[in-house]
Structure formats: C-alpha cells, structure tokens
Design a protein around this ligand. Structure first.
Ligand code: PMP
Length: 781
C-alpha cells in the first residue's frame, strides 16, 4: 500500500461554499457542524423544521463506483432489516443519489446527503463502556453483517484503504515509524504469524461486504440507557472482507480504563453470535483477528503521528491505548483466549483439529479430580481415562488433537458427530420441542417410518428415553398381557439399569428367583459346539429354565433376548436356535421380546437383528442407544391392540420420551441409513473385516476365533488353539497396547473376547489400519 495514503489529503471547501451547494442541490438550510472524518469532509446539518442530515464531500481520490457501492449498500441494509438504525440516503432535488461539485483548485468531488441518526455517540458516553453494551454492540453488528449477506456490488473490492485487516501485511514497511522497540517487535511477530498461519486460514472463513469500522465513534447508544445500542453510522470503510473483521472492529470498544481486551472481545462475540451465528473456524480465529485489528490501529495511528508530528489535524489521537491493548491481548495467549471465546459463544471447548492448531496441555488429572468431586467415583474405560473433546466419523480427538480410531462405540452408529443428524436436532430444537402430551407431526411420521419394514403386527410405538426404560416397559407389558411373573433370559445378558432390568442383567447383577438364565449357545467352546443338532441341544436348556421358574412358583411372562449375543462374547447361535427357544417360551405362556439395543438398525447387516438371526416371530421389539445416533431415545414397538390395552390400564406416559427433537434425530438416522446404504455397507464391510481378521489369524496364534455378523464382530483370544485356553491376561494387555496405538476396543463379557462395533462411517482404509495396528500389538505380547 502506498505511503501517500498516510497523507489524508482532505477536500478543500469553505463552510460557505458547502452551505451554498447544499441549499442549491437539496434545498436544505440549517446549522452546520463539522464532523471528524478521515478522508472526506462531513457536516451535520440541523434544520429548523427538525430533521437533521449529514452532508459528505468525498475525497477527490474516491472512485465514483465506491460511492455508488456505499449508497447501494445502505439502501440494501434498510430493505433487509427495516428496524436497523443506519443513515438513509437523501436524493438531490433532481433525484440523484449523489452529485459532483468542484473545489477552487479545480478538483471534482462527489457530494451526498444522508439522514442524521440520533443518539449519544458511544465514545462520548462513559456509562456505555460496560459488558452489556459490548454484548449489544455485537448484536447490532451481527444484524448489519446479516443484512449485507446477500449484497453484491462490482466496486465492493475497490474500496482500498489502510484499515483493511485482511491486507495487514502491507503495513509491515511502516512498523519502523513506531517509536518503541518492544511494540515494533510485537507487530513483527504478529505479522509473521498472520502471514504463516492466520491469513491463509482466514481465507477459509466467510467473506462478504462488511462495515469494518464499528469503533465507539461510529456507534450510537440510547442517552437514557447507554447499554442500548441504537444505531451504527459511517459506512465509508465498507469492503468485501472477512466477517470476522466486523467482529474485531466492533470489539475494540474499550476506553483506557483497564478493560481487558479479551473481555471486550468475548462480550462482543457473544452478542454478535446471537444475531449472526459464528462458525467454528471463525471463533478460533477471532482472537487473532482482534490482534490484527489492534495492530492495524497501532501502526497507522503511530506512523501518522510520527510523520505529521502533530502539524495536521489528527483523525485519531495517539494516546498509546492501541499498543498497550495489543500487548495485553498478546499476553493473554491464544489457548486461554480460544477457550474463553468458545465458552462465550457456546461452542464446546477447544481441541486442535488440523496441523498448525495450538496443542493444549493435557489436564486429565485436574478434570478427574473435578469430576470425582461432583460426579462421584464412577467407572471409566482405562486406568488413565481418556478426555475427548471432539469427534468426526470414526475418530475421537483429545484436547491436544490426538486422534483415536473408535472400534468400540455402537451408539453413534451413523458416525461420530454426524452433521445431518446434528442439523436435524438443531433445526427441530429451534422450531419446537415440547411435552409429549401435545401432538406434533414429526412423532407420528417417525413412528410410521420406523415400523415400515417390521412384520405387520409390530405396528405401534411407545417412546421412552433409553434402552433400559424400553426394556422395563416391555417387561411391564408382558406381565400385564400374560398375567405371569417370571422371565427367561440368556446367561451373561445385559438389559438395563432400572430395578426391573437390573434383575435381567446377570452380566452384572445376580438375578432373583423369578428370572431364569439360559445356557449360551456357544459354537466355539460350548458343550455342543461340534454337534449337528446343537440348536436342539442348547434350546433344551429352556425346558430346564422353565421348570426352574415353576419350582419357584413362576411362569415366564417374557423371553427377552439380544440376538447379537453381545454380552456373551458376540456368539453365533446355531441355525434355528432362537426359534426353538421362542417356541418353548411361548408354550409356557411368555411373550418374546427382541432387545434390539445392540442388534438393531443395521448393526447385523439387516435393519432388524432378530431378522438377521432368523427369529421368526417376536411380540415386542425394544430399541435404544443407536436409535437416535446418541440422542436420548428408547422405543418399545408392539401391536396396537396390546399397547392400547396396556396404556389405558396404567395411564402410561413419558414426558420426554419421543419428544419432537428425539424424533427428528431418529428420523435423520433413518435417512442416513437409507441414503448412505448403511445396511449393505454393514454386511460388506463387516465381511471384509472378518476376512482380514481371519487372514491375520494365520500369523497371530493368539487369535482363536473370529465371528459375528454385519458390523458386530467377536474376536476371541486363546493361548492354545487346541485347548482353547482363554487368553484373558493377554487380552487385557492388548486393549492397553491398542490404546497406546490410538485404537479403542473393549472386551465383551468373557475377558478374552473383544467386541468390535465400528460405526458405519468406517471405510476399508479404517479396517486396514485396525488390522495393521492389531498385528503390531499382538506381536508385542
Ligand atoms: N439392552 C442391551 C442389549 C444393551 O446393550 C444395553 C446397554 N448396553 C441396554 C439394553 C441398556 O440401554 P441404556 O444404557 O440405554 O439404558
């Protein structure tokens, strides 16, 4: 940028001349008061009739297109947001938005008239310098940016001026004008970082026409309540630039009163974000942009001061505020600033995502202490639990930005932080979320979609908030329908954490007398593993279990089963096993409940786990975990007749269960399953995964068995393949080694089996990465 720009070269007109021209062009007379402008001259005119105006005579160097740009932008803002108090353009008596006048020395200048916006200039209103006003400045500027969102003008890129933050590097030659060595040094450091990191990232944020000059001289507050920001003026620095420039300019509204510049930035950002939501890459650059804003002010004001040595009337007085604030903000540090900015705008706390991002120190120990204090001593994965702050697809990221491949988590089945589902949740929340005793369309739409591919008799849904609740309600229904009090379940099953479902969870709790456990149909190491009629033999255990119940005075109300047999170590039951047990249970009076919390929604390569496992008839299906990709939702699906009888008998209701937001999440998950062909993917990628594991078994003797269906895989380790000796210690060691190699897995019920449940965002490359890492880790054991 040319140094001559430091010479403001103001238009040369006497007050008399201006008054004559104004009377001639606009028929406006009144009291003229000169306003402080950088390159133009402006007067406020108070007329006798009341309304006040501002006349502006542009710098001779100003291109006509730029003035047209400013006029059209003001007209556009008013069209978009009528209530925004910005200057309105007044046309000349012959209806021109601006005209030309000539100075004595022959220069031609544009002249235009605007309405004067009333209010107290913030800079002259000490009571306006407080956090609430700063928030409201942000709100106001957000509205200005929003109203300019869809504005285009061919001269938007032609308003060249020194203050353009995105061109800050061009100010580098002028750093030498600054008197103080340490400020110079800091300016150079900031520009170095801007060049290397910040400006390239800024290019990836949103750009549009921005006001770019919302400092306290251009903001008007209500004299009766200075926290109310009522107007924005001076659109002369508008240009096509990053949205963040508006936020940064609006955030330097502090006096020399000890305000922390980061406080100012956070307050303003929170307000700005509330009317023009910031994007995540923007919030992480806001601090740097504020540094650049202060740097631009520091250099220009300092250099002008040095060049003109107080001779020319100065535009901005050099009080040393900018370099002081610059230094202070720099000392705050990027990490601290980003954490605070994220909190201010409700973004989850920072974690690095790309190269060049700051790596923050690990604070897991402090976090653990804080959690224990308020959350108690609960169970976490790993001796040294992992603190994740961000996720995407198959990856979980720690605060320091370390990525872990998630092969365990079956809740976010459509991918971690699935954008479509997140958006559906946000949009529904913004529209309506309400007690489920009012009626909303989306709930019925979702129930219809969810049951579309189920057998015809499974045609009614009751919504709750979790898998446990769904199973609890299913058991209540079964008891109500059958009049029986007992339950049949698999040994080592897990069905939930309510009082009723805990009794059905022998994986963790000792079942009471009315619950009988069935021997798991283990085709790898079970007693009938190698027998052709294994299904009948395992199923015969149901007769024993029913007899046991009878011995305690119970008949089974329910046979509840997770057909993925996940907590049994992802066993693959012999053909027809589930049907045989179901028939016996039904004969004894029970209803069959398929607990699809693990197996449902495509996990086993079929929409429904019981179908994948060829269980022909079920009376009830329950869903949880992945049904809304992690948003709390549980579902009980049964026949309309049973649901009606049951709900009338006990006045069944759940305040939150199946609320419109949960249903929006559930519906979005069904869309994802369909559009991204997840069921086929589950089959194909699951088969590929097992095939690669089988291949690895050729080299790694610890692998005893590879089994499963779809994207549910059981991987059993043995120290001796012939004897099938459980490699429990080695499995525990492997889990830790994999963690060190940034891969997350967990054991299934038996301590020598891993249950692998990758989400559907996995690709072959992730499977390959898993296999090579597993290979490396097994070689270390
Ligand atoms: N059923 C099965 C088969 C499960 O695996 C689980 C949870 N692991 C539940 C029910 C309970 O679901 P929630 O934790 O959502 O209550």
């Amino acid at each position: 940028m040319d140094l001559q720009y430091f010479d403001r070269n103001l238009p040369q007109f006497s007050l008399d001349q201006v008054q004559t021209v104004v009377a001639d062009l606009y028929r406006i007379n009144g009291d003229f008061k000169e306003l402080n402008c950088e390159r133009d001259i402006s007067y406020r005119i108070r007329t006798e009739r009341g309304p006040a105006f501002v006349v502006k005579i542009s710098n001779a160097a100003e291109p006509e297109g730029v003035v047209d740009f400013q006029i059209k932008a003001l007209q556009h803002i008013v069209e978009q947001d009528r209530a925004l108090r910005v200057p309105r353009v007044i046309h000349t008596t012959d209806d021109k938005p601006f005209d030309w006048i000539q100075s004595d020395c022959g220069d031609r200048h544009m002249i235009r008239m605007l309405t004067f916006v009333d209010g107290s200039v913030m800079d002259h209103t000490p009571a306006a310098f407080n956090p609430r006003t700063r928030f409201n400045i942000g709100v106001m500027l957000g509205r200005v940016t929003k109203s300019l969102r869809n504005f285009y003008h061919p001269y938007a890129r032609s308003n060249d001026h020194l203050w353009d933050m995105s061109r800050c590097l061009e100010l580098r030659p002028h750093i030498g004008y600054l008197p103080d060595g340490s400020t110079r040094q800091l300016c150079n450091r900031i520009l170095d970082r801007a060049e290397r990191l910040i400006l390239p990232q800024l290019k990836m944020t949103r750009w549009q026409v921005v006001h770019h000059d919302a400092h306290p001289d251009n903001l008007l507050v209500d004299p009766a309540d200075p926290t109310r920001v009522i107007g924005v003026i001076d659109f002369g620095d508008m240009l096509f630039g990053p949205v963040l420039a508006d936020l940064a300019a609006a955030s330097d509204s502090f006096q020399d009163d000890g305000t922390d510049p980061l406080d100012a930035l956070c307050d303003t950002a929170a307000g700005y974000d509330s009317s023009f939501p910031l994007e995540e890459n923007e919030i992480d650059l806001a601090y740097d942009m504020m540094l650049i804003c202060l740097l631009v002010n520091t250099i220009i004001v300092g250099a002008r001061d040095a060049l003109h040595d107080g001779l020319e009337k100065v535009h901005i007085e050099n009080t040393g505020l900018f370099p002081r604030m610059l230094e202070r903000l720099w000392e705050t540090g990027r990490e601290n600033a980003i954490v605070r900015l994220r909190r201010a705008c409700g973004f989850p706390v920072y974690s690095a995502r790309q190269e060049g991002d700051e790596v923050f120190p690990d604070h897991t120990q402090q976090l653990l202490a804080k959690r224990e204090d308020r959350l108690g001593d609960v169970w976490y994965f790993y001796d040294k639990p992992l603190n994740f702050t961000r996720s995407e697809g198959p990856w979980l990221y720690t605060a320091a930005g370390t990525a872990y491949l998630d092969a365990y988590n079956n809740v976010q089945q459509a991918g971690l932080a699935n954008r479509q589902i997140a958006r559906a949740i946000a949009r529904q929340t913004a529209a309506i979320n309400v007690n489920t005793r009012y009626i909303c369309d989306i709930v019925a739409d979702y129930a219809k979609r969810l049951t579309a591919e189920l057998p015809a008799h499974l045609n009614a849904c009751f919504f709750v908030n979790s898998g446990s609740e769904a199973n609890d309600v299913a058991v209540q229904m079964a008891k109500f329908a059958t009049g029986n009090t007992g339950a049949l379940i698999m040994e080592d099953a897990y069905h939930g954490m309510t009082e009723t479902t805990m009794c059905l969870s022998p994986e963790i709790y000792q079942p009471p007398d009315n619950v009988a456990c069935l021997q798991a149909p283990d085709m790898y190491r079970g007693p009938f593993a190698d027998e052709p009629d294994a299904a009948q033999k395992y199923a015969a255990d149901a007769d024993r279990a029913i007899a046991d119940l009878a011995a305690h005075g119970h008949k089974p109300a329910v046979f509840m089963v997770d057909t993925a047999l996940c907590s049994n170590g992802v066993l693959m039951a012999p053909d027809n096993y589930f049907n045989l047990v179901a028939q016996k249970a039904k004969q004894a009076g029970a209803m069959v409940v398929a607990d699809e919390v693990q197996a449902g929604l495509g996990r086993l390569g079929n929409m429904w786990g019981f179908k994948a496992q060829a269980l022909d008839h079920v009376d009830v299906v329950t869903l949880g975990k992945p049904v809304a990709n992690g948003f709390p939702l549980g579902v009980v699906i049964t026949s309309r007749a049973l649901l009606n009888r049951f709900s009338q008998a006990i006045d069944l209701f759940s305040t939150f269960g199946g609320n419109p937001v949960a249903c929006a999440a559930g519906l979005a998950l069904l869309d994802e399953i369909e559009r991204r062909d997840f069921i086929r993917k589950s089959r194909e990628l699951g088969d590929y995964f097992r095939h690669q594991l089988q291949k690895l078994a050729g080299q790694q003797a610890l692998i005893g068995d590879v089994r499963g269906k779809g994207m549910m895989i059981g991987l059993e380790f043995v120290t001796d393949r012939a004897r099938k000796t459980r490699a429990s210690k080695q499995t525990a060691q492997l889990i830790e080694l994999l963690k060190e190699e940034r891969v997350l897995v967990s054991e299934a019920g038996p301590k020598n089996v891993l249950k692998l449940r990758p989400n559907f965002s996995w690709q072959r490359e992730h499977v390959d990465l898993f296999i090579s890492t597993l290979d490396r880790c097994l070689s270390k054991i």
